[in-house]
Design a protein around this ligand. Structure first.
Ligand SMILES: CC(C)(COP(=O)(O)OP(=O)(O)OC[C@H]1O[C@@H](n2cnc3c(N)ncnc32)[C@H](O)[C@@H]1OP(=O)(O)O)[C@@H](O)C(=O)NCCC(=O)NCCS
Length: 147
């Protein structure tokens, strides 16, 4: 398995489809819901690709010179729990190493808080409810990883 930047429009489209299938389709969200989560700042898009297809991806934004926020991370259901997520986070950390960024932040779904904890993230402040996720029994926990 190889982790790389989503290099061309075809890979970006495939990543968009993967994010929707894993993150939002199961919750009944509309196909174009991702646009509501977009930020108007430079972004990093990484994809995990095995011999046959894309199996995972990550989208992160520069919030400032010193902070990058993971906005989306998803691994295809039949490939979960096989270290792909951890390797995507590791690749992001490597990419940012030695630069001005000192912190990676994330608004973690309560259902994936344990995953971020295993990757070294610490909870910051209290969990809160987001209108789109609360009805699915999912709270949001802000978390940070110091680089
Ligand atoms: C969350 C997700 C990205 C993790 O990727 P993954 O490839 O399945 O996870 P990994 O195999 O790299 O797991 C790394 C560690 O986290 C643990 N872990 C993985 N998913 C977890 C979860 N949902 N809750 C608690 N721990 C979890 C693993 O057991 C492993 O622990 P270890 O280091 O002790 O062996 C992936 O499962 C996924 O896409 N889930 C659905 C979408 C989602 O919730 N995305 C995050 C939205 S904020």
């Amino acid at each position: 398995m190889n982790i790389k930047h989503a290099g061309n429009q075809e890979e970006k489209r495939e990543l968009d489809q993967l994010l929707w299938e894993v993150l939002w389709k199961p919750l009944g969200f509309p196909r174009d819901v991702r646009k509501h989560f977009n930020l108007d700042s430079p972004r990093i898009e990484l994809v995990a690709v095995d011999e046959k297809s894309m199996v995972g991806g990550l989208v992160a934004y520069y919030i400032s010179d010193s902070e990058v926020e993971i906005r989306h991370i998803a691994v295809k259901s039949d490939t979960q729990n096989k270290t792909v997520g951890k390797r995507l986070i590791g690749s992001l950390k490597s990419l940012l190493a030695g630069k001005s960024v000192t912190k990676i932040s994330v608004y973690a779904r309560s259902t994936s808080e344990g995953f971020y904890g295993r990757c070294g993230f610490k909870p910051v402040g209290e969990k809160f409810k987001h209108k789109l996720f609360a009805e699915h029994g999912i709270d949001i926990q802000p978390m940070h990883l110091d680089l």
